[in-house]
Design a protein around this ligand. Structure first.
Ligand code: CTP
Ligand code: MG
Length: 554
């Protein structure tokens, strides 16, 4: 393992000049971020959806096939760009081809065919493969003009490479930025997710021509990392159709409640995905949850999908989180650092259960940035954004949930005076929650102050959009205690500035479970208020987290 370069410095953690440099950098970047080219969430979503409509995903023999593929596609339309990526241990090769227009894709799909073998279902979608040329097809002169980007959209960065890259950084703040830039979802990752959503949309569009499959959650809110899942909300029709039309479609009347109709529809859509959609498998239906979902895996794009049909608030929540990330350049890197720390100390878990989720952690970071310990706020509250809303920001869902808040950040009259570095913010985050009264207080992003808990869930995070709901209702008392211990441990490591931290920076916190286990003989267990040997505590935690138990969120 290399050494953390900052430790070569003569004095304490930061030299004065590096701190000043950080301050200047953050102030300038925050101003540029707000005054620069800001794309509102809905516009970004629409741009990406259009990009997917102009694209096809083609499995090829190898990256070298791109020249032939380019020539072949150019005979049917104008190719804008191509992206190569691989998938799987014996890599399958794929190329995303983006055309200049949607009609080019229509030409390509019209000219594509099915193989009459294996009784396969002859579905048409934008997922294709490029078969090897044979004499029957004549010779194709490969063109070298193709614009191909080699970017692996499904590659989750190897942990050792990541560690090595972090060790090459000069400061903890730089490490946090590096972690963000190396692990965030890249352009190909975004394209693959929008193509995956488009596939469901296209398949069902014959019966429902106004259907929309909107990606939401971390795939689009700016907090997604490589390999993150894809949350989709499938709407069979638009909210506002041709209200003035005198010709109305005949439709089948739904019997039963809205919820049971929705569950039945989802059952059928689950079957369609399972039986007909190329690349989709492991379909699971979780229809009894508060928000019923269909889970499936799209192996051609390597994306785990959660599809719902009634969750428009998820879209507006993503809009809100996206905006919070756009307001200040420190927000996303800090969230990535906290999520990574939580994963490394086993606070989060990939299977659903009594654990704190990435989404809840994101809200904890945002709430902290609205009220840091010793410095001015970095983020405005949601109430403030709601007050600044203009006529175009008015959104109320079908079930009456008000999602109105300012969307155009260039109109935000909020300029933070906070110039803290990411390292300082990381430390303050841990200190803030080490002191937080989880027993009596709820975390709330709507107001500038923590509010009293409306009920006795161990962790209460007010859902900023649906204020009557607790986002972290699933979290058990043991997990809250574990969270409290881990934030204290992390704060302790950062404050103590002891040797391991000096040499590895952020990695000391990411490795803190093993590290603490080795260094601290005893810890005050918040659960039963007695001194436990640290190994005893960890053993107990390991016993408590039974990965075979499946929990459903509220
Ligand atoms: N969501 C919500 N209320 C909840 C849980 C989720 O509104 N109690 C919405 C949020 O918009 C969230 C999205 O559903 O971003 C998807 O949830 P989830 O997949 O759990 O979180 P992500 O933010 O996508 O994070 P991850 O990378 O872990 O998938
Ligand atoms: Mg998600």
């Amino acid at each position: 393992m290399g050494t953390f370069r900052r430790s070569l410095g003569v004095r304490g953690p930061f030299s004065k000049s590096s701190r000043l440099c950080d301050k200047k950098q953050y102030c300038q970047a925050a101003t540029e971020q707000l005054t620069g080219t800001f794309t509102p969430f809905m516009e970004m979503l629409q741009n990406r959806r259009m990009e997917a409509s102009r694209s096809v995903l083609v499995q090829v023999q190898s990256a070298q096939s791109y020249k032939q593929l380019f020539t072949y596609c150019e005979s049917m339309g104008k190719v804008k760009c191509m992206f190569h990526y691989t998938e799987g241990p014996e890599p399958m090769h794929f190329i995303i081809v983006e055309f200049e227009s949607e009609s080019d894709v229509a030409n390509v799909l019209r000219s594509s065919s099915h193989i009459q073998e294996n009784h396969s279902v002859p579905v048409a979608s934008q997922f294709l493969w490029f078969r090897a040329a044979s004499k029957k097809f004549g010779t194709l002169k490969a063109s070298a003009q193709a614009k191909l980007t080699l970017e692996n959209g499904t590659d989750v960065r190897n942990e050792n490479d990541l560690k090595a890259a972090l060790l090459r950084c000069n400061t903890v703040s730089e490490q946090i930025e590096q972690l963000h830039s190396l692990t965030k979802l890249n352009d190909v990752g975004h394209r693959l997710r929008f193509l995956t959503a488009k596939q469901v949309e296209t398949t069902i569009s014959g019966m429902f021509p106004r259907i929309c499959a909107f990606p939401f959650g971390s795939s689009v809110n700016g907090f997604g990392k490589m390999g993150c899942d894809l949350d989709i909300v499938l709407r069979l029709t638009q909210d506002r159709e041709n209200d003035n039309s005198r010709l109305i479609y005949h439709c089948k009347a739904a019997s039963g409640s809205e919820r049971s109709t929705n569950q039945r529809n989802m059952e059928t859509i689950g079957d369609l995905i399972h039986l007909f959609l190329p690349g989709c498998n492991q379909v699971r239906r979780i229809l009894q949850a508060r928000v019923p979902i269909i889970k499936y895996y799209q192996h051609l794009t390597n994306v785990e999908c959660d599809l719902s049909m009634s969750n428009m608030t998820g879209i507006y929540m993503s809009d809100f989180l996206y905006m919070m990330g756009e307001i200040d350049p420190r927000v996303r890197p800090l969230v990535f650092a906290i999520r990574k720390w939580a994963k490394e100390v086993n606070l989060t878990n990939s299977s659903p259960g009594r654990w704190i989720t990435n989404f809840s952690l994101t809200l904890l970071v945002l709430a902290f940035l609205q009220k840091p310990l010793q410095s001015p706020p970095i983020l405005p509250t949601l109430n403030r954004l709601a007050k600044l809303a203009g006529p175009n920001d008015y959104y109320v869902t079908e079930d009456g949930i008000d999602c109105t808040f300012l969307r155009d950040l260039t109109k935000l009259k909020f300029q933070t005076q906070n110039t803290s570095s990411l390292e300082v913010l990381l430390r303050e985050f841990f200190e803030y929650y080490a002191q937080f009264d989880f027993g009596a207080k709820a975390i709330c992003l709507n107001e500038a102050v923590a509010i009293s808990k409306p009920e006795h869930s161990p962790l209460y995070i007010v859902n900023p959009i649906e204020k009557g709901l607790n986002v972290s209702k699933n979290v058990s008392i043991e997990e809250v205690e574990k969270f409290k211990i881990e934030v204290r441990n992390a704060a302790w490591i950062l404050e103590s500035k002891e040797r391991n931290y000096e040499s590895t920076g952020l990695i000391a916190i990411l490795d803190s479970k093993d590290h603490i286990k080795n260094k601290l003989p005893f810890v005050l267990s918040a659960k039963n208020n007695r001194l436990m040997e640290i190994s005893e505590l960890f053993d107990e935690e390991e016993r408590n987290s039974d990965p075979n138990v499946e929990y459903k969120n509220d």
